[in-house]
Design a protein around this ligand. Structure first.
Ligand code: URP
Ligand code: ZN
Ligand code: ZN
Ligand code: ZN
Length: 484
């Protein structure tokens, strides 16, 4: 049974051209004019693009005394509805827990996924056991990324010696460290002070995490990675200070990547002064939303290439869960949703405003991260042999975002009331139509784990350079007797 997507314009990270796409067995088998097959999908007036890849989600994540409310079923249904065909979630060992044991827990959750997925492994503590298991995770389990939290003191946070040890291990294994860059010690201290002063509302969450907290940690992570000899990927880059550190490092030739979220690009700090406690608390996430200058910096980074990926950090909590923090903002579960809205919001505020080209849109929603994660061109490409993870994008289709019509399991949407123009006509996951004109045809359990091999071209090049420039003992012909 072959499928042909007809009459569309193919848009990839580097090309825009008219051609049909033929699919068989879940893969693209032919691209060209006048193709025919058993089933035809009409793409007249549409762009045929690689499906989105969201490299940063937390589905059914145990966090802050509860679990995030979207699981792999509702989360991947939301993803597909918005044109995203692959998610990368985080397996999070509790401090002291085996990495392999944590991975088994995440494997069990992901059996319900509607689209393909992969995992990053978190390093939340350090020991000989973690050191050893990292190799098994990379070589046997197909995971080439390790996440480090510089925040969440007393829970997930690691400090500099642990991070340096783990980064050096990543360098040996050809793996890429990811970092949540906020200075957790400063956040803890500022939070305690704010609470002691009676500042206990959701706005104080933002006061406790100024941009400097993120800028300092981003710079520190980058310098530690450089000393360890590995590339580094900074998740949820939200402010100019962090972006500046990334820009500066890249200009020096360091291999650093930055990932703004669609939330930080389009929502700002004024959300936290809303007089409605629920409204503000629903938007509590780390890092918090920033002002317009920071947003401009992020948009500029995407256009100029100093920032490479737009993600969501989808971590959805219901209003009831957010209310755990009434009277104490430090107990509001941190996280916001966005999986269904990332692509339409970025198209509307990026492509429709001229801040991004269509090709840049594909690069930052799919192709760049596929290359960074070493799954290109299986994912992130419209090429013969690639997986048929495709979105047929209708630039005329519009809607007003509303929690009433969303796939996410929670009872609100941080983008509520926003108009978007540019939505999927079809979303295909490995050749299977999951979304058709807004109708949901997802298949629970269709999603497969995507293995990611280590040693990308970048990590190979970097380790080669680090080898050449490594400190070397000076060989001397005569050594004087010690001066005793
Ligand atoms: O507030 C956030 N970002 N929640 C999810 C966990 C994380 O830090 O990424
Ligand atoms: Zn330590
Ligand atoms: Zn984070
Ligand atoms: Zn996250």
């Amino acid at each position: 049974m072959t499928t042909v997507i007809k009459n569309g314009t193919i848009v990839t990270a580097d090309l825009t051209y008219k051609a049909d796409v033929k699919i068989d067995g879940g893969k693209i088998i032919e691209i060209g004019p006048n193709l025919s097959g058993d089933e035809t999908l009409d793409a007249t007036g549409c762009y045929v693009m690689p499906g989105g890849i969201d490299p940063h989600t937390h589905l059914e994540m145990p966090f802050m005394g509860t679990y995030s409310s979207d699981d792999f079923e509702s989360g991947t249904r939301a993803a597909l509805s918005g044109g995203t065909t692959m998610v990368v979630d985080f397996a999070l060992p509790a401090p002291g827990q085996s990495l392999l044991e944590a991975l088994t827990m995440w494997d069990n959750k992901s059996t319900r996924a509607n689209c393909d997925y992969s995992f990053h492994m978190a390093v939340t503590w350090w020991s000989e056991q973690v050191f050893k298991e990292m190799e098994t995770i990379v070589r046997d389990k197909g995971i080439n990324t390790f996440k480090h939290f510089m925040a969440y003191k007393g829970a997930l946070m690691v400090d500099d010696d642990e991070m340096f040890a783990s980064f050096q291990r990543c360098a040996e294994l050809g793996a890429l460290p990811l970092v949540h860059a906020e200075n957790g010690d400063v956040v803890a201290s500022m939070s305690a002070k704010l609470l002691a002063e009676g500042n206990n509302g959701p706005e104080a969450h933002a006061y406790s995490r100024p941009a400097e907290v993120e800028g300092e940690a981003t710079n520190r992570a980058i310098m530690i990675a450089d000393m360890a000899g590995c590339p580094v990927y900074i998740v949820h880059t939200s402010c100019e200070q962090a972006h500046e550190a990334i820009r500066r490092a890249r200009a020096k030739g360091m291999r650093v990547y930055g990932e703004p979220l669609i939330q930080h690009l389009t929502l700002d700090e004024s959300e936290y002064s809303n007089p409605d406690w629920d409204h503000a608390a629903r938007r509590v996430m780390s890092p918090p939303f920033r002002n317009k200058q920071h947003q401009d910096s992020l948009w500029a980074g995407l256009a100029s290439g100093s920032l490479q990926v737009v993600a969501t950090d989808h971590c959805a909590f219901t209003t009831a869960q957010k209310r755990f923090g009434v009277g104490d903002f430090t107990k509001i579960p941190n996280g916001t949703g966005g999986l269904e809205d990332r692509m339409p919001m970025l198209w509307t505020h990026g492509v429709n405003t001229g801040r991004l080209t269509m090709n840049e849109f594909v690069a930052v929603t799919s192709t760049n991260i596929a290359k960074i994660l070493n799954i290109y061109p299986k994912k992130g490409a419209i090429l013969v042999g690639a997986d048929a993870d495709i979105v047929v994008w209708d630039p005329q289709r519009s809607k007003t975002i509303s929690s009433k019509a969303q796939q996410s399991a929670i009872d609100y949407n941080v983008f509520e009331g926003k108009e978007v123009t540019g939505l999927p006509r079809y979303t295909l996951t490995r050749g299977v139509v999951a979304i058709e004109e807004g109708a949901i045809k997802t298949r629970e359990g269709h999603g497969e784990f995507v293995r990611r091999e280590p040693v990308t071209a970048v990590s190979k090049a970097l380790s080669q350079w680090k080898d050449i420039t490594a400190p070397r003992k000076v060989t001397r012909s005569g050594i004087p007797a010690s001066g005793v």
